[in-house]
Design a protein around this ligand. Structure first.
Ligand code: CAA
Length: 283
């Protein structure tokens, strides 16, 4: 198995900063990269605050928090990640952005290192094909909020080697996560099931079945979900939900995956959920 000591994380947004946080908490030397220094700064402040919150809640000691934070390096250039054994990409969910990152990583990150993507729906086989090391590329799909959610969905592309897959499974376990294997099909397992449920909730609203609050209350109280589907859509980001529905619709070619017109309209209006201050709810 490939030994992983140094981890690179690409993107300091809500997923990347969460991945970096669990990586340092698990003892990995971690290099967090973002091309926007402002995002990097925001991400590192968020991690620091989360670590301090953990101390005040008695989850870990001040010493452990300090030790973990010393493992975090902030990088504004991809070259800073060149010596990493594993790089986890958590950039915006767009093919063009991810493809370019993997092409660059392939040139810059040391030979033999594993390149993983946190993509929620883009084909790992296609991402791997952007590199000259497709056997070293795999999917590591973390859930939001990363420090809280137990799952890492592991995705094996067509060319992913057994050794690479075992290594990412082992890193996930060291991070305290449960690693579940999914095949490289549109949406993998989580979003193949979760997104049609969210999309259906938007259809229910669109067709006047019930109000936003009542749809969420019905699902929360009736099926024991921590958040109703519309609140969860706001939490994930409506643009991300729409992008994933697009991948399911195009990739599986079945009209049952067509994105709800109301979801499209909200995204066009800039109502992207929690991150933009307004989605199905106001924040
Ligand atoms: N970052 C880090 N920790 C967070 C957090 C964040 N953004 N938000 C909440 N937490 C922590 C809190 O610190 C708290 O920790 P302690 O128990 O140690 O005190 C814990 O989570 C619970 O938080 P709260 O008491 O404030 O709130 P809650 O009980 O309502 O739980 C929640 C919040 C964990 C987000 C819960 O509502 C939940 O599980 N929601 C569903 C989340 C979900 O389904 N995520 C998957 C989305 S799909 C995805 O990510 C993949 C994709 O491809 C789209």
């Amino acid at each position: 198995m490939h030994i992983v000591k140094k981890i690179g994380v690409i993107g300091a947004g809500q997923m990347g900063r969460g991945i970096a946080q669990v990586a340092i908490q698990s003892g990995f030397e971690t290099f967090l990269y973002d091309s926007f220094s402002e995002s990097l700064e925001k991400g590192s402040i968020f991690i620091k605050e989360q670590m301090l919150r953990g101390v005040s809640k008695g989850k870990w000691t001040e010493e452990a928090s300090k030790k973990a934070q010393e493992l975090l390096h902030l990088e504004t250039s991809l070259e800073g990640l060149s010596d990493c054994d594993l790089v986890i990409e958590a950039a915006t969910e767009r093919k063009d952005i991810k493809f370019k990152i993997f092409q660059d990583c392939d040139k810059i990150i040391k030979e033999g290192a594993i390149l993983a993507s946190n993509t929620s729906s883009i084909s790992i086989t296609e991402i791997a094909a952007q590199t000259r090391r497709p056997s070293k590329v795999a999917g590591m799909h973390f859930m939001n909020p990363v420090p809280v959610m137990k799952l890492v969905e592991g995705i094996k592309g067509l060319e992913t080697s057994e050794e690479t897959f075992e290594s990412v499974a082992s890193v996930s376990k060291t991070m305290g996560k449960i690693f579940v294997k999914a095949n490289d099909t549109p949406g993998f397992a989580v979003n193949r099931i979760l997104m049609p449920m969210i999309n259906e909730a938007v259809y229910a609203l669109y067709e006047g079945v019930a109000s936003v609050e009542d749809i969420d209350s019905a699902m929360k109280l009736g099926t024991n979900q921590p958040m109703g589907p519309l609140e969860l859509a706001d939490f994930i980001g409506l643009d991300t939900c729409l992008a994933i529905m697009g991948v399911l619709h195009d990739g599986l070619g079945d009209t049952k995956y067509r994105p709800c017109p109301l979801l499209k309209k909200y995204v066009l209006a800039g109502r992207l959920g929690k991150k933009s201050g307004r989605g199905f709810y106001e924040y």
